[in-house]
Write a protein that binds this ligand. Sequence first.
Ligand SMILES: [Ca+2]
Ligand SMILES: [Ca+2]
Length: 643
Amino acid sequence: MAGSRRRFLRQLTGCTLLAATGCAAGRGAQGGRRKPNIVYIMSDELGYYELSCMGHPHFVTPNVDRMAEEGVRFNQALAGSSVCAPTRCCLMSGKHSGHTSVRKNDGGTPMREGEETVASVLKRAGYATGGFGKWGCGGRGSTGVPETHGFDVFVGYYDQVHAHSYYPPYIVRNSEEMPLEGNHGGSDGRTYSHYVIMDEALKFIRAHKDRPFFCYLPITPPHGIHNIPDDDPAWALFKDKAWPEPARRYAAMVNMVDRNVGEVLGLLKELDLQRDTIVFFCGDNGGMDYFRDKDHPRGFHGPNVHPKTGVALRGQKGNLYEGGLRIPMIVRWPGRIRPGRTSDLLWYFPDVLPTLAELAGAKVPPDVDGLSIVPELLGPDAAGRKQPQHEYLYWELSGQTAVRMGDWKAVRPRGRRGRNQPEPTWELYDLANDIQEQNDLAEKHPDVLAKMKAFAEKAHEEAREGTFHNRAIHERDRQAKFGFRKKADAAPAHALPEDGLIPRKQYKLVRASSESRANGKLAACAFDGDPGTWWHSKFQGTVDEHPHELVIDLGKPHTVRGFRYLARQDGGWNGAIKECEFYVGASPDDFGRPAARATLKKSKATQEVTCDAVTGRYVRLVALSEVNGQPWASVSELGIIGQ
Ligand SMILES: [Ca+2]
Ligand SMILES: [Ca+2]
């Protein structure tokens, strides 16, 4: 076994590695010391070989390399799943993908209410808990939002489609919108979201320097869209390479991530927290063969190809061969983790929760699948026991299944779609001798495969997802990827004709049923003369339902003959009014019977509703329904006809 283990490691690293041994220096250090701070940095899509310490000639990652020199680098740390959301749910819940609630990668599928996470476990142990980056375990408006799963604060993207843009009009902070100035979605904007997210993370660390904190950084780079600002120092290193631009942008994003790691480590040093803080750095799923061409069949940078030997892990992000699961993983804790070590411990994301819980002295929920790797990190002497090993590791994803048992790997790939296609069959590989998963041993070792299939059977339960109470704000986040300007640009905004209107400058708001303060859709926007601004009823947190109303003071009594209405002028319809009533009165509190009732059309053009002349100083517009049947109301512009 020892021989095969070494052979296995040589396949991966091209060199002989030191065996893992304990770290006697850490013995007893827990007693009397503060609980360790925990920083967990996870870079979205970063491949196993995409670090300069792995010998990759394209990448420049001095800070991560230094982390590896000062800590332990794992060469058999595997992702919880092979795509973003399911892997995050494994990481957060301590469960494998046969037990997790989020197994779809549609971007917003939620965890259930009350599910435990790393953050809820650490929070109970007295930790300040902050998350910064891409959540992926529940869209806004669902039971899966991070602030109900143990995070004091989470800043970034809840939905993964939203996260595709580094220039969205807003990101999210504890379910409230946090506007990013000058952004219009896609690659169009002035405020690079990742800078804001990193700033918030560093502020969080600084603010909690005097108590134990958990800083979770599931940052989006280098995931696409492959954007990095031209004035980022990382771009200067790559802009003149003779590579396709996306490949240059990608490498620059990796260097930026490395710089961010340096910023975190630098801040810990400045705050004198280095020896009190354990820092993890990893990828979230196996590398993707991005920017393939005929000369680069495994992607321009070859995230799963050993840069020196050419040994290639099979598959990539999205499947369950090694290329989909193997990730970079480095852990550093000066004084506690022996520096400069490489470990071949076989472990995966479900192990993170019990590991962090043990470090924090917190209780582990009974239903997790993971094992603490503290003995491997700190050494068996410091941990007081030997490192336990998994009997098996399990993955399922979109009809694919994989089981790992020691060096054995069983994979059942996705079947071909369509009728009369054969059922997919199980394959079996001996990774100690076949890291590229080329030699299927299923027929040669039916007994081994039978055992692993039995594990798979035992491991799978039907997924029980959480629920949404407000899909509209989730959909809004997904739309934010594209910004909200484009469609309005294509069809120029309508403006309300001013002729015959009581001058709108003299209108004053008396009251509104509700307004959306978090994103500035205030009631006063309904008569500010700007078709590009609008009033929207409140939809963050609790949703205010119909009827909605606006009550306006015209400044003095007027003869009123009706009103003109302009629906919101962006690409959306949320709140566009359908049935409504219009009142005129001498008092804002007693309007009597409506002067007009109307059903407005689903149109961006100005609509006019007239009534018999009524004299009054106050008008009231009541929205009874919305064009799409949703519970909200919105008005871009409202003008009162009369003298
Ligand atoms: Ca990912
Ligand atoms: Ca307006």
